[in-house]
Design a protein around this ligand. Structure first.
Ligand SMILES: CC(C)(COP(=O)(O)OP(=O)(O)OC[C@H]1O[C@@H](n2cnc3c(N)ncnc32)[C@H](O)[C@@H]1OP(=O)(O)O)[C@@H](O)C(=O)NCCC(=O)NCCS
Length: 240
């Protein structure tokens, strides 16, 4: 099926200072990321020992109290699914809570030197976003890359990445990096297609208590000069 949106009619522009637009864009970012990660993460949690270890005593307790094996197994499975789903949403909320300053004012947060937040817009509707966050004078992080589901497969995502990469080159950055998760298959394919190299796969430090999320680090070198990879990513890796 062809994409619902004509790429040539889409404009990519910096986010405005309108509070309504900022709230809408943040909601779009979190919703798209959550919907992409949750199914895989819930399946992983269900299959992992910590969730099973919590479910086992519940099964024993129910069986002991009711004496009904079928009821106890069914109730335990429901409990297991509920705690797995809750664990994933709590992880996402915990992760989102780390970005309070950014969430409070996207426009101001990205209106610093060498940082920027863009939205893709068509006929007044915001379809997607991407951001560049300055880490050091030489290194930037690409963040908040999302596209609404009905606009995917149209090339708009590549246009957003190109806009961000061009900005980094013009701003004099030497390295651009980003992190994505093992469950974000289209994102990983997109970054590889746009010239990023996958350099590390690291365990997410702490957000998802009962399960493990692997984070894929992608980098793009923007200079001929030989540079050391950004230390922040390496120290995160070493502690995990
Ligand atoms: C990441 C995202 C912005 C990419 O937008 P998009 O319009 O799907 O991008 P593209 O159409 O260029 O697709 C990228 C590639 O992924 C491939 N792809 C799509 N779904 C895939 C899947 N489930 N498994 C493997 N590859 C997949 C596409 O075939 C395409 O490769 P191709 O051009 O060689 O055919 C969009 O999918 C999205 O918003 N996802 C949810 C949020 C997210 O994960 N954001 C990334 C944060 S790091």
């Amino acid at each position: 099926m062809p994409p619902a949106i004509d790429r040539s009619k889409v404009i990519i522009r910096p986010i405005s200072s309108s509070k309504t637009e900022q709230r809408w864009v943040w909601e779009m970012v979190i919703r798209n990321l959550t919907n992409c990660v949750i199914p895989g993460l819930v399946k992983r949690t269900l299959a992992q020992l910590p969730a099973a270890a919590i479910a086992a005593p519940v099964l024993a307790f129910l069986w002991y109290v009711t004496g009904n094996a079928i009821f106890s197994v069914l109730a335990t499975v429901i409990f297991w699914v509920v705690i797995s789903v809750a664990n994933c949403y709590m992880g996402i909320w915990g992760w989102e809570a780390c970005f309070q300053e950014e969430k409070a004012n996207l426009y101001e947060y990205y209106n610093r030197p060498k940082s920027r937040f863009w939205v893709a817009e068509n006929a007044g509707r915001i379809l997607g976003s991407v951001a560049i966050d300055r880490k050091t004078d030489d290194v930037a992080e690409l963040k908040r890359m999302v596209l609404e589901p009905d606009c995917r497969g149209s090339g708009i995502a590549s246009d957003l990445v190109k806009t961000a990469v061009e900005f980094c080159k013009e701003s004099g950055y030497k390295e651009l990096f980003l992190s994505t998760s093992e469950f974000q298959l289209s994102a990983r394919a997109l970054y590889a297609k746009c010239g990023f190299k996958e350099t590390d796969i690291i365990r997410n430090p702490s957000d998802f208590y009962l399960t493990t999320l692997y984070v894929h680090i992608f980098r793009m070198t923007l200079t001929e000069e030989k540079i050391k990879p950004f230390a922040h990513v390496i120290s995160w890796h070493k502690t995990n």
